[in-house]
Design a protein around this ligand. Structure first.
Ligand code: DX5
Ligand code: ZN
Length: 213
């Protein structure tokens, strides 16, 4: 499953890029929300999400790179999020936050920074729908894929099997046509791609090639 990251789209012509994704083999829209505190960059927030929701014909996979994400769960639901992912490093009461996301009727995900070990998920893996392994340091698109991620996918796959968890594995950052086959073979279910898609000559063809790879 491919989830194009809107962060790399043309913000002066979002409608065009959203319609392109609608007509492609992509499964989800990946939406990166950054607060300038959890990560050094600020992207966009609720009003932009609401605007995307009006045109998008596929689920919105919202990746919150913000501190205290529990303060905004309802707001993101109301703005149109279908999947809400919070960072492991940003949540003191992660279990409660996951419960609150589910109570709002969304799928719940946990994102791990590159330095955060998969083993820390042991006691929560059965409660989530998605684990997002960051394969770059969050904050910016267009960075180089960190190859250590391959080991983390393997380890996570093992943990999911051992615990009978339903969690899907998402990989986010530096995904491209060169590493996608390996990522799939290690067990990644959802591949986020920003620059690889939107900076290519034909974004729609690229999504379809990533999907078919
Ligand atoms: C990084 C974001 C990613 C980013 C991926 O903080 O979470 O979703 O948009 O962009 P690329 O694919 O260009 O690395
Ligand atoms: Zn992301």
């Amino acid at each position: 499953m491919i989830a194009p990251s809107i962060l790399a789209a043309d913000f002066s012509n979002l409608k065009h890029d959203i319609e392109m994704v609608n007509s492609s083999k992509a499964k989800w829209f990946h939406i990166d929300v950054m607060d300038g505190v959890f990560v050094p960059n600020i992207s966009f927030g609720l009003p932009v999400l609401k605007a995307i929701k009006k045109i998008a014909k596929k689920p919105l996979d919202v990746h919150l790179m913000i501190v205290q994400p529990e303060r905004y769960i309802k707001d993101f639901k109301n703005a149109g999020a279908d999947i809400l992912t919070v960072h492991f490093e940003a949540c003191t009461h992660l279990h409660r936050t996951i419960q609150e996301i589910h109570a709002e009727g969304m799928l719940a995900g946990i994102a791990l920074n590159p330095h955060t070990p998969v083993s820390g998920l042991k006691d929560i893996i059965q409660d989530v729908d998605l684990i997002c392994l960051m394969s770059v340091n969050p904050g910016f698109g267009g960075q180089t894929f960190i190859t250590k991620t391959f080991d983390k996918i393997k380890e996570l796959k093992q943990l999911i099997l051992e615990t009978n968890s339903k969690a899907k594995i998402e990989v986010d950052g530096g995904v491209n046509i060169k590493n996608i086959e390996a990522l799939k073979s290690y067990g990644a279910d959802i591949l986020v791609a920003g620059n690889a898609v939107f900076k290519s000559e034909s974004p729609k063809k690229m999504i379809d090639s990533l999907h078919d790879a």
